[in-house]
Design a protein around this ligand. Structure first.
Ligand code: SF4
Ligand code: SF3
Length: 543
């Protein structure tokens, strides 16, 4: 028997599946613990779905537990087996309590009947409940597509939850979808569930957009410093804006600067964060380059979410995690939803460290979320009408370490000068420092923010469709060339499909979890295609 099986991300071994250890660094034991956590979370979800069916309420605490469990199993979020197993224990305890509230306990799936808190029994059962437990490869493919989409959605939902925004409909959907992946369903029924997942994805991203902008203001065009100052600093990475807010408040007046890294760069454009004078620039690039960058930073790093690259001993003790993130041997800062986290330890640590070593200098321009772009709408529409802008290219998504991703840099450079790139997510680091210029004052790279801010790109596309009096967004001069890596990109992709967007190009490889037949369905119904070489794609899009 193989030791593990995971194929949820783009870098899966041989583009088929990680079976001994993850390319990401996830060990077989942790992979098994995550599989078991997902299994009992599905069981809990079957119970909550039935409770709702019986007209009984499910608490926010239970909804949050489900989301956090899913989030903790996203690629590069949590490598700490103890933390994963603590979640499993809590989930089984909650499940045991809720099961008793059911009027009807007949025919619950095995996962929902699981009650044992004995870890040996978990380990004995684990080899039989993972991805490969579904034998039919098309059913497995669709079930996993739903689960990965729901994982991405759970992450976005959790970011809204920490800002005290909840959408019971989204939570109820996530739990029903998880429960339905354990039921006997036809391919057609599962394709329907995939599209429903995309619809819920749109709702989840809208919820987060509302949560972020109502608390922190609308992102605005901002020049971000890439160099460093002379004070000690803390580097914040990941996606959680609430963690950043608390850290900025607690570091104010301490002489410690706060820098952003990776997916935290978009925070630089929010009015509520820009007001802090010790909120220094952005340091480094996308997640995969963190080993060299975290080494050079010299001070403590706060990982609020994925993507963690397993840290070497040299900086493991100054890599702090919080929320769903975790790494064994690295300090973890606790704090639940609605609680004030105590960052005094990491701040004291920063004071003992030297100022960061400069990696680069100069600036970049960010902050083109929907509100900012729509305030420029007249200018944009005029530029399209005059022919100054010929096409928009959506290049949102994730970055990754595979060499082939240099395609995205080359593609951005090869684009005709009358095109505008719309981006969101860490995929942008492949081209956001290239100085591609502007068209009549409109930068050629419009960065809407984090991967979840792909929602902004949807709003921008819808506004352009209306401005040009078109029936659908597919009639716009808009190309989709999306880069994916982990499960958040999956929910973004499913959200776009549910909105009727066609002909999305996905790279650098199609997901390994898409079986040939499922790929066929996506090609026939949605025109999904893998990207080609830069030359082929220039020919395809611009000939
Ligand atoms: Fe492999 Fe990706 Fe799974 Fe890590 S998350 S074990 S790299 S498929
Ligand atoms: Fe990047 Fe991990 Fe996905 Fe939020 S930080 S886009 S890969």
């Amino acid at each position: 028997m193989q030791e593990m099986f995971c194929y949820q991300c783009q870098e899966t071994a041989g583009n088929t599946g990680c079976t001994k250890a993850g390319v990401c660094g996830k060990k077989a034991d942790v992979s098994g613990a995550q599989d078991f956590l997902i299994w009992v979370t599905k069981g809990l979800s079957a119970i909550t779905t039935r409770l709702r069916g019986e007209g009984k309420p499910v608490t926010k605490a239970v909804n949050h537990l489900v989301s956090m469990n899913l989030f903790a199993t996203i690629t590069n979020a949590n490598f700490d087996q103890g933390a994963i197993e603590a979640r499993t224990r809590e989930t089984i305890e909650v499940m045991n309590g809720l099961r008793r509230q059911l009027s009807n306990q007949d025919n619950l799936p095995e996962a929902a009947q699981w009650h044992s808190l004995n870890e040996e029994e978990w380990h004995d059962r684990t080899p039989f409940i993972g991805v490969l437990a579904t034998e039919n490869e098309d059913i497995r493919s669709l079930r996993e597509l739903v689960v990965y989409g729901v994982k991405g959605l759970a992450a976005y939902s959790k970011h809204a939850n920490v800002l005290l925004n909840d959408d019971e409909e989204v939570d109820a959907f996530m739990q029903r979808a998880l429960a339905e992946t354990m039921e006997e369903k036809s391919v057609d029924e599962l394709v329907g569930l995939v599209l429903e997942t995309g619809e819920a994805g749109v709702k989840g991203m809208a919820l987060l957009d509302k949560a972020n902008t109502s608390r922190y203001g609308h992102p605005e065009m901002t020049t971000v410093e890439l160099g460093v100052r002379g004070n000690p600093g803390i580097l914040v990475s990941g996606h959680d804006l609430r963690d950043l807010e608390m850290l900025l408040q607690q570091t104010e007046g301490t002489g410690v600067d706060v820098y952003t890294h990776g997916e935290m760069l978009p925070a630089q454009s929010y009015p509520a964060f820009k007001k802090y004078s010790h909120f220094a620039g952005n340091y480094g690039g996308a997640w995969w380059s963190q080993k060299a960058e975290f080494e050079a930073f010299g001070g403590p790093i706060l990982m609020t979410t994925n993507c963690i690259v397993p840290p070497p001993e040299s900086y493991k003790a100054r890599l702090y995690t919080t929320g769903a993130a975790g790494f064994p041997g690295s300090p973890h800062i606790d704090g639940g939803i609605g609680e004030e986290k105590d960052f005094s330890g990491i701040i004291a640590h920063a004071k003992t460290c030297p100022a960061p070593k400069e990696l680069e200098n100069g600036t970049l321009v960010a902050g083109f979320a929907h509100h900012q772009v729509l305030s420029l709408a007249d200018k944009v529409v005029e530029a399209v009408k005059s022919g100054a802008i010929k096409k928009f290219v959506v290049m949102a998504g994730c970055d990754g370490r595979q060499k082939g991703r240099s395609y995205y840099t080359d593609f951005a450079e090869a684009l005709p000068k009358d095109t505008i790139i719309l981006t969101a997510g860490c995929a942008k680091y492949r081209y956001n420092k290239l100085n591609l210029g502007d068209i009549g004052g409109i930068p050629r790279v419009l960065d809407a923010g984090q991967c979840n801010d792909s929602y902004s790109l949807v709003l921008i596309a819808l506004a352009l469709k209306d401005a040009f009096g078109l029936e659908t967004v597919n009639e716009l001069p808009l190309i989709y060339n999306i880069a994916w890596y982990e499960q958040k990109a999956i929910i973004v992709l499913l959200a776009l499909l549910s909105l009727g967007v066609k002909n999305i190009h996905v790279g650098p490889t199609l997901p390994a979890f898409l079986s040939p037949n499922v790929t066929d369905v996506l090609v026939k119904n949605f025109g999904i295609a893998p990207n080609g070489t830069v030359e082929e794609d220039m020919e395809l899009f611009f000939a």
